[in-house]
Ligand binder design. Structure first.
Ligand SMILES: [Zn+2]
Ligand SMILES: [Zn+2]
Length: 258
């Protein structure tokens, strides 16, 4: 299967997973014009998307969905706890499905799992095609043992690396917002991401995409260095044993073959 992230961060999120027979979008927090432009540049045909899976109801993950599913009549998969917060225009497209249980879409097996975040509900996804497995986990306050167990066994993991803790503490955000981000239901720090990446590397995961970086409290270099140094301190060489890349708010990643 092929994975491409079209946008990642608090201004909009969108990823696409494709095989020869199915194409699935995770979140759409981009307006239709930006999404269409990024899809065109990445050589992705939006009319071929078979399903949109929602992680949670925050605007940066759902604001483009109403116009997209309407334009191409795409079924939407959304946890029942998130549904009431989603644009009512999306309702006719929502598939009635238990989002706490795994299900099949074409040749993909989709296994949703809950993540701790200050939305009504938040899902990570473990998606497999045969022996190839990828996982997505963004917008999480911390990596619990349960989350780590879900992520294990993945060939590729897109994991949040939201903020540098010192930049956040010393930065200009109001106290309450800092507390929210640092809380158990907030966003994942670079340090916590680095620890999880190391544990996953030990269990055999080789490729990582660090995602949902804060524009104010992080930089791609700081996020990368935090994870890469923690790996190297534990005798994993980034670029040889384990590969780490960074998702971008404003442009698509390359296509990863998994
Ligand atoms: Zn978000
Ligand atoms: Zn969120």
């Amino acid at each position: 299967m092929e994975f491409c992230n079209l946008a990642s961060g608090s201004k909009g999120n969108c990823s696409i997973i494709s095989t020869k027979n199915v194409s699935v979008m995770i979140d759409d927090g981009l307006n239709l014009r930006d999404l269409s432009e990024r899809a065109r540049l990445a050589n992705i045909d939006l009319s071929k998307i078979n399903a949109i899976l929602i992680t949670h109801e925050h605007t940066d993950h759902v604001k483009g969905i109403a116009s997209l599913c309407k334009k191409y009549s795409i079924p939407v998969y959304c946890h029942s706890e998130s549904k009431e917060f989603v644009d009512t225009m999306v309702y006719p497209y929502i598939v009635d499905r238990d989002m706490d249980a795994p299900f099949e879409l074409g040749d993909l097996t989709i296994a949703p799992f809950r993540l701790p975040h200050d939305s009504n509900y938040n899902l990570g996804y473990k998606i497999s095609q045969g022996k190839s497995v990828l996982s997505i986990a963004t917008d999480l306050g911390f990596v619990s043992e349960a989350t780590l167990e879900k992520l294990k066994g993945s060939d590729f993991v897109m994991l949040e690396s939201n903020h540098d803790i010192d930049m956040l503490r010393e930065g200009a955000y109001p106290f309450m917002l800092k507390q929210r981000i640092m809380g158990k239901n907030g966003h994942l720090s670079n340090d916590d991401c680095a620890s999880a990446v190391l544990e996953l590397a030990k269990s055999g995961t080789k490729r990582f995409l660090l995602a949902h970086l804060s524009q104010d409290n992080n930089t791609p270099e700081i996020a990368f260095d935090c994870t890469a140094k923690n790996l190297e301190n534990n005798y994993y060489v980034e670029g040889e044993d384990v590969f780490v890349e960074i998702a971008n708010q404003y442009k698509s990643t390359r296509k990863f073959n998994i």
